[in-house]
Design a protein around this ligand. Structure first.
Ligand SMILES: O=C(O)CCC(=O)C(=O)O
Length: 399
């Protein structure tokens, strides 16, 4: 997997631990073909499709895309081939969300009124992509706020969770007046001294948050150079985020990448095949809208037979990749500027008066960002493999 920054640099991350994990995941129960090569390059037809969405003159196309466009040859970009597939599971979502929110304030940035959870209207499946499920508007606003708080105030401030910035800088960590860990969005982080390695330009916290930060790894610390997870016990996956993901989806949250995008930044086509297992992968989007391209098939398929789609992802949407689609090529060619929902734009200076004051220097930071929480299961289940079936995809949903 590679990240291409706005400047065209490919940035990769380090491995961390040195103890052996307890067990590796099963790949396929021993019956099917070996897992795809993590170093393989995407086919040309797919690269061209990806580029269509990258190009500025096609930007209007990305804006018009509603949910999914599955026709590689289409000049008209019609929305088609998506079908609702979920069964309702009453109470399941509300319970998962309230347990995640716990004591966290349910807030409205304007008047402090309670923000109610909205049920997702439907779960979609693309007809020719078995195992790929799209959950538009899955996370309610209060869950999105709280998830951002946890990932960016707490988890970014945990030195065990490495970032792309660690590759080129010694990253200092902010503390409060009492010596407790603080947030990188706190004023105590303003004057941190980032010692750079080799020829990299100097940075400060503002530059880190606005431009440099492209990913954080949670739990299993993926080694981007060798495309493997290090053979050691990884840091614990944040428990509350793990519970939320596992309450909603049929998988175990063991490793995650938190991706940061500004409009203009992309994630090149790749397959997430280093987990060595057939467990689902979950991707949750926050902030600006993006176009997500996904495709099955390695070789050049016959015209009309391509299994390829571009999907518009908005704040609060989730995608589950399971079964055959777990090994799909995918990437993000376009983050659409000006599309962060209004209610989210002022994060982190939202919610209580205390929060607004504390984070006022970064008010509006989210307006120009898209954040993607990409969660994987690294190891096979002890008792039984989680089957990636159509029913699993419908583990959450609304009628
Ligand atoms: O940002 C996204 O929607 C996708 C991220 C992704 O594909 C990855 O982290 O492997």
């Amino acid at each position: 997997m590679s990240y291409v920054s706005a400047r065209g640099q490919v940035e990769r991350g380090p491995g961390q631990s040195d103890e052996r994990p307890k067990k590796r995941a099963k790949t396929d129960g021993g019956n099917a073909q070996p897992p795809p090569d993590a170093h393989a390059k995407p086919p040309d037809y797919l690269k061209s499709f990806f580029k269509r969405y990258q190009k500025y003159d096609k930007y209007e196309v990305a804006r018009r895309l509603d949910l999914a466009d599955c026709d590689v040859n289409s000049k008209t970009f019609t929305k088609h081939l998506v079908k609702p597939c979920a069964e309702d599971r009453p109470g399941g979502l509300e319970k998962a969300f309230s347990s995640f929110l716990g004591e966290a304030a349910i807030r409205d940035q304007n008047d402090g009124a309670e923000i109610h959870s909205e049920k997702p209207s439907v779960v979609y499946q693309l007809h020719n992509m078995p195992g790929l499920f799209i959950y538009p508007n899955l996370l309610p606003q209060d869950v999105q706020f709280t998830l951002l708080d946890k990932l960016l105030h707490r988890d970014l401030s945990n030195p065990e969770h490495k970032t792309n910035v660690h590759l080129h800088y010694d990253v200092p960590y902010p503390t409060s007046e009492t010596g407790e860990p603080a947030s990188f969005f706190d004023t105590s982080a303003t004057h941190l001294d980032y010692k750079r390695k080799a020829t990299h330009s100097p940075i400060n916290t503002q530059k880190l948050l606005d431009k440099k930060l492209r990913w954080i790894t949670l739990g299993g610390q993926y080694d981007w150079t060798n495309k493997v997870y290090p053979a050691g016990m990884p840091p614990a996956f944040p428990a509350d985020v793990k519970t939320l993901v596992e309450d909603l989806f049929p998988m175990k949250a063991e490793a995650a990448i938190v991706n940061f995008y500004s409009p203009g930044e992309t994630l090149s086509l790749h397959r997430d095949v280093s987990e060595e297992c057939a467990q689902p992968l979950v991707s949750i989007s926050l902030g600006c809208e993006a176009v997500f391209v996904v495709a099955l098939d390695d070789a050049n398929p016959q015209p009309g037979n391509q299994r390829i789609a571009s999907i518009k992802l908005r704040s609060g949407d989730a995608v589950l990749m399971s079964g055959e689609s777990r090994y799909a090529w995918h990437g993000v060619p376009k983050v659409i500027p000006g599309t962060c929902p209004e209610w989210l734009q002022d994060w982190p200076a939202v919610g209580s008066e205390e929060n607004k004051e504390r984070f006022k220097a970064h008010k509006g930071w989210m307006k120009g960002k898209r954040i993607n929480l990409n969660v994987r299961q690294m190891f096979a289940d002890a008792d039984a493999e989680v089957e990636a079936t159509e029913e699993d995809g419908a583990a959450v949903g609304g009628a």
